[in-house]
Ligand binder design. Sequence first.
Ligand SMILES: Cc1cc2nc3c(=O)[nH]c(=O)nc-3n(C[C@H](O)[C@H](O)[C@H](O)COP(=O)(O)OP(=O)(O)OC[C@H]3O[C@@H](n4cnc5c(N)ncnc54)[C@H](O)[C@@H]3O)c2cc1C
Length: 407
Amino acid sequence: MTQAISEDAFEAEALAFLEANVPPRVETTLTWGEGSDDVSVLPERTAEEELAELRSAKAWAAKRFDAGFGWITGPTRYGGRELPRSYQRLYDSLESRFETPSQMLFGIGLGMVAPTIAAHATEEVKQRYLRALYRGDIVACQLFSEPGAGSDLAGLQTRAIRDGDEWIVTGQKVWTSGAHLSDIGEIICRSDPTLPKHKGLTGFVVDMHAPGVEVRPLRQMTGGASFNEVFFTEVRIPDSHRLGDVNGGWSVALTTLMNERAAIGGGMASGGGNMSTQRIIELIRHQGRANDPLVRQQLADIIVNGRVASYTNLRAMTKIAAGQLPGPEMSIAKLSLTRNMLRMGELLSSVLGAKLVADSGEWGTYAWSQFILGTPGMRVAGGTDEVLHNIIGERVLGLPKDPAPAG
Ligand SMILES: Cc1cc2nc3c(=O)[nH]c(=O)nc-3n(C[C@H](O)[C@H](O)[C@H](O)COP(=O)(O)OP(=O)(O)OC[C@H]3O[C@@H](n4cnc5c(N)ncnc54)[C@H](O)[C@@H]3O)c2cc1C
């Protein structure tokens, strides 16, 4: 049931809450040589910085949830307010005017795992975890990829064997972002190896603190360690924590992946990358290359392609907001974004030369090496460039399907 509150009254209530609890955002313009010159793509934090970020993210999420702004569109029985999406958009636009702690560490839990729990979990699991996720009490991760199953996710091998009211899970996941901070994970396992590969999978919510779960951080080439290998040795999961039907895990995974693309798309549509473009323009000026015709041409390409990517994304986001399924727009937009990151890398290499690989101490120069080292990760996460090419080839251009690998 939708609570009777007008948008005006809701806006006044939200503003009063924000004004009482967080400082207004101070608009910063880029001044060359001042402030941080960090342009990294993946978060590069020490373990202490990450824990401090998690603490302040949790404190803000709890305060916001308790004030009624944590899950504005969610069902009241799980702590939501059952208000229309327009109220959420209104709140988001108000909150963006204030300096609030980053909620990035909840990105996978709220953007992908919670919608899957809402769509496929038992009432017991919904009661137990949805409120806790939206209140920031717990963190969730996505346990899909394995050493032998990434793009070909349906080839995964982690086994789930039924034992009465429980399942026993054994296997290995990899590239699990945030597993080291997580309390629960959404895992897809092979429950029946005799069925065709898409048909023998089952999804579960697994307690990341259960006996037999071992998380080993992986250090990426940018220096940070935001993802992990996760080993499962005879981990027991109650059948009540199953997502969807036995052997129905593929459609559970698709729910999550759809939300993953929407979450990545949402970030891009909200203007991600504009700051980098502005920084590149300033860099070109400060390196004395503003009149170089080749540099100007490369820059124009980046700006035009960036605009096209964000408009394509907005089209997909508009479809989602209207309750429709986005088509291949999301794939096109993600591919455009990563291709633009490659163009930026080429431009930066030609403008910076040796300053990109040797730290001269000059502000805003060597820092770009972090951007370039982070680009391959973006080309892989959420669907690799090659896989997106296949999707566009098949669904937009009507080309024949990618032949299955031999053997
Ligand atoms: C930053 C980041 C965060 C991640 N977070 C998570 C997470 O939280 N949870 C999780 O489960 N996973 C996560 N992943 C893993 C990610 O989903 C996989 O890396 C991705 O699906 C690709 O799988 P793979 O690494 O096994 O590569 P592969 O699938 O083995 O691909 C290797 C190469 O082969 C190409 N290729 C594969 N299939 C085809 C084909 N049919 N046609 C043409 N080329 C092909 C690929 O494009 C790629 O170049 C993350 C990855 C990154 C980079």
